[in-house]
Design a protein around this ligand. Structure first.
Ligand SMILES: [Fe+2]
Length: 210
């Protein structure tokens, strides 16, 4: 695992604004993207119906998802990668980061593939959210975040290989609808100090009851 040369600026931004973006942290973004897209083409994946409410927020949901068990079969190394990130995340956040005990949602993949696919404004249920970006999205499909310090809404442009580290439970955020092209991400869920209870219905909403 290669780390940025100097963690301090990332830590400062994370503490002040509630998020930070680290470039070139995903080992094989193009390969992983291809593996996910091949799998999405072959499988029946769950697509939440638009405007369905999530207990954790109010966002509309429109995307295809592979849950952790499906993703483990598609990207064999992602399990080890998910666990190996704890050290870097502890350094960046200055908090006691632990992995998720909730197997199905610990890490997963989302593909926004049709015009209008999005996730509306919401908070996450877990304390620390990492998004691995596997595509470049500049004109649409950006992540929009309300900064903690000044409540200003800012866009993060997905760039293949970049990693967003965010206080998902504190920062109001959304995935902007895509206008064209494709957006592929892997959200990774972590907790701070302890893993609070997670409503099992949330996983059914994200992934379907299969
Ligand atoms: Fe989120």
């Amino acid at each position: 695992m290669k780390y940025p040369d100097n963690i301090t600026p990332y830590r400062h931004q994370f503490i002040e604004e509630g998020y930070t973006l680290i470039d070139n942290q995903v080992p094989n973004p193009v390969k992983w993207r291809g593996q996910i897209l091949n799998s999405i083409d072959l499988k029946e994946v769950y697509v939440p119906e638009n405007k369905r409410k999530v207990a954790a927020g109010k966002g509309s949901l429109k995307y295809a998802a592979l849950d952790r068990f499906q993703l483990d079969k598609v990207i064999k190394e992602i399990h080890t990668y998910y666990h190996s990130l704890v050290e870097l995340l502890t350094l960046v956040t200055n908090q006691n980061i632990i992995t998720s005990p909730y197997d199905r949602s610990a890490y997963y993949a989302k593909v926004y593939k049709s015009k209008g696919d999005e996730q509306g404004w919401h908070y996450d249920t877990n304390g620390l959210t990492v998004i691995l970006y596997l595509t470049d999205n500049t004109l649409s499909g950006r992540t929009e975040i309300e900064r903690l310090n000044d409540k200003k809404r800012v866009f993060v442009n997905p760039k293949a290989g970049s990693m967003l580290v965010m206080k998902g439970r504190e920062c109001w955020h959304r995935a902007e609808p895509i206008e064209s092209g494709l957006k592929v991400i892997c959200p990774l869920n972590y907790y701070v100090d302890v893993a609070e209870e997670r409503d099992p219905r949330i996983d059914d909403i994200i992934f379907g009851n299969v």
